[in-house]
Design a protein around this ligand. Sequence first.
Ligand SMILES: Nc1nc2c(c(=O)[nH]1)N[C@H]1C(S)=C(S)[C@@H](COP(=O)(O)OP(=O)(O)OC[C@H]3O[C@@H](n4cnc5c(=O)[nH]c(N)nc54)[C@H](O)[C@@H]3O)O[C@H]1N2
Ligand SMILES: Nc1nc2c(c(=O)[nH]1)N[C@H]1C(S)=C(S)[C@@H](COP(=O)(O)OP(=O)(O)OC[C@H]3O[C@@H](n4cnc5c(=O)[nH]c(N)nc54)[C@H](O)[C@@H]3O)O[C@H]1N2
Ligand code: SF4
Ligand SMILES: [Mo]
Length: 713
Amino acid sequence: MASDPAASPVASSAARAQCPYCGVGCGLELKPPADPEGSWTARGDRHHPSSLGQVCVKGATVGETLHHNRLTTPLWRARTDQPFEAISWERAFTLLVERIQDTLASKGPAALAIYGSGQFLCEDYYAANKLLKGALGSNNFDANSRLCMSSAVAGYGRSLGSDGPPCCYDDLDLADLVLLIGTNTAECHPVLFQRLLKRRRKGDGPRLVVVDPRATATSDASDLHLAIAPGTDLALLCGLGHLLLQRGGVDRAFVAAHTEGFVELEALWRAWEPAQAAAVCGIAEADLRQLADWWGEASAALSLWSMGVNQSREGTATVAAICNLHLVSGQIGKPGAGPFSLTGQPNAMGGREVGGLAQLLPGYRAVANPEHRAAVERHWGFAPGSIAPEPGLAVWQQIEAMERGELDLWWVAATNPLVSLPSLDRVRAAVANCPLVVLSEAYAGTETEAVAHLVLPAAQWSEKEGVMVNSERRVTLCSAFRQPPGEARPDWAIFAELGRRLGFAEQFNYGSAAAVYAEFVALTAGRLCDSSGLSHPLLAEHGPQQWPFPAGTAPGGGQARLYGDLRFPTPSGRARLWADPPLGLAEPPDDAYPLVLTVGRLLGHWHTMTRTVHVARVAKAHPEPLLEVHPEDAARAGLAEGAHAQVRSRRGALRVKVQLSERIRPGTVFLPMHWGASQGELACEANRLMHALGCPISQQPELKGAAVALAPD
Ligand SMILES: Nc1nc2c(c(=O)[nH]1)N[C@H]1C(S)=C(S)[C@@H](COP(=O)(O)OP(=O)(O)OC[C@H]3O[C@@H](n4cnc5c(=O)[nH]c(N)nc54)[C@H](O)[C@@H]3O)O[C@H]1N2
Ligand SMILES: Nc1nc2c(c(=O)[nH]1)N[C@H]1C(S)=C(S)[C@@H](COP(=O)(O)OP(=O)(O)OC[C@H]3O[C@@H](n4cnc5c(=O)[nH]c(N)nc54)[C@H](O)[C@@H]3O)O[C@H]1N2
Ligand code: SF4
Ligand SMILES: [Mo]
């Protein structure tokens, strides 16, 4: 059978799309190669309102990554010690239907799980969720956003009453103080960082304060760098709150009119003397006071954060603490101000709107809410009670369920968990316990392929049409401008076909991605993320639009900011202040493991490198993984520049070359996350060392801190 019956139209000339890498979501303009064997070229789309023609190295080189090493046909093996054989889609679907029906009859729907991705299009997410949560009655759909944005989701919900970043990128041009906390914006959201720098080059502010245990390209450009000890952000924010109370930085009228919970917060802040907070964070008290002075003086203060905040056992509490800071000082709901989470993946935002986590349903709805379930069941065309009333398993709970032999099917799609999950040896052992591991992937030979039984070739960005939503709530239609290789199919079309074959012909009767999207947006009507006025044709004709965008909104009429009226979607209409006492790292350093390992990103590479490994410029910039170590720690461990170190945690050990650096805080070492087991000699599986303890509210693992010891290797 030729590729996909619901294949998207393919453009032959220039095309437009949102960049498929980070959540800045720049607009790209794509041009076909002169020679048919060549690569498409990408450049910034000047008409995209989020990026105005800017791109970074990843967006500019994406065309070089698309055609290498692709999966072209379904692959099957009964056991993971056997080689794969190529099979037809017909056989792949027959196998899936049989195995799923067996499981439903023997163990029930709770033994099925899907682990998807913030790199899905909205249509992919929607079809997968409808299949698992609606048709099959299992809420075990989780996504790698659990490792990424789930503390932001939980924190916004707790403080403001709903998920949804309240700010927009224009706020970067309007703020006079920008707090960059737990974000290496220069390398990970480069186009936004350049926007800040452009203003500074013109001598037009804003002040930049960076909170990060390492000096980075981001902190190099800052006015103040607070190199706190890992896991002490919440203590820092308590000390800052104390100083705001002292210096009259609290807007009492705002607090009285628009918030609740101030009494408890005030008591917590009073208890955190600045000297104590500075000591816990390991910084000079004067620097904390400087930040408090600048915050108090700011007419518009903006906080940007990313994984240094979210990937923590107190991730949700820290997000709430950032919201506290904005709420008590009235720095929200106005231009240039607000708590602004920088989304990691290109469509993690869309995924949240489509209900792509185990506790969510489409339209920022919750599985646990009976009215929400009923509304979604009606819209989806399933009988009342079809959606199970309990939230499903978050990804680490899926791993634990496999350890206990409780999952029959683990379907991984558009993520590479055998690199990106913590405690990888435990993950590998757990997955070996699952009788059917399915992988939907675009590229051959990934680490997760090594543990799969059935591999389904996915058409990727550029080969399928669909919608992505960026960090500032801007919705872009990505066009299909290349043919998928071989028999690869869009993820949404695979889930829909399986739905039809499982007996839900009517519910999955989609002729196009546009039809899937139309069904989804109708379900957002009246919700905070109302996108019911959007459609593929509107986005194609009028370009990217911001939500909220209710039916009847004129093109360009979306809303730049949320909460301008200072009414929050909580029962009382007031935002909630939270008084969570700081706890610190889940696995603090001790005598046996005296250092904290933190793991993050480099400018040129994208996660597990399936795409960026093919870009010569990037490979040249980042030829190998290096362990960043402070010279004092290196001397103590007997390590010199360029030596090989053994890095040991309670979970395992690895060997890696040392790079001495004064730029990292003594007591902390850094590894990049990118080089997984498939990288041969260069492999450096950082996540074998990491633990899986995480935030009890968001279930996000603490991927930024594990106790380790160093020795020469
Ligand atoms: N080049 C590139 N860009 C990307 C990606 C990529 O793979 N490559 N991935 C995208 C995705 S999905 C994401 S989630 C984002 C991530 O974007 P970022 O969060 O900016 O990137 P990271 O390197 O993971 O971590 C940021 C910083 O957190 C610091 N940090 C560690 N522990 C702590 C702590 O306890 N407190 C504080 N305040 N800081 C701490 C680290 O030193 C690091 O510099 O990047 C996106 N953009
Ligand atoms: N220690 C530590 N661990 C981390 C992090 C950290 O900072 N520290 N960061 C975490 C975060 S924030 C994230 S987001 C994760 C990222 O980790 P992963 O999600 O595992 O990384 P990717 O390489 O982006 O994986 C995406 C996969 O989808 C494939 N793919 C691309 N397009 C398509 C498509 O259209 N369809 C299908 N089916 N497949 C496709 C790619 O080839 C690739 O294999 O890592 C997490 N792990
Ligand atoms: S900043 Fe992010 S979205 Fe923009 S081009 Fe770079 S990777 Fe793509
Ligand atoms: Mo992420």
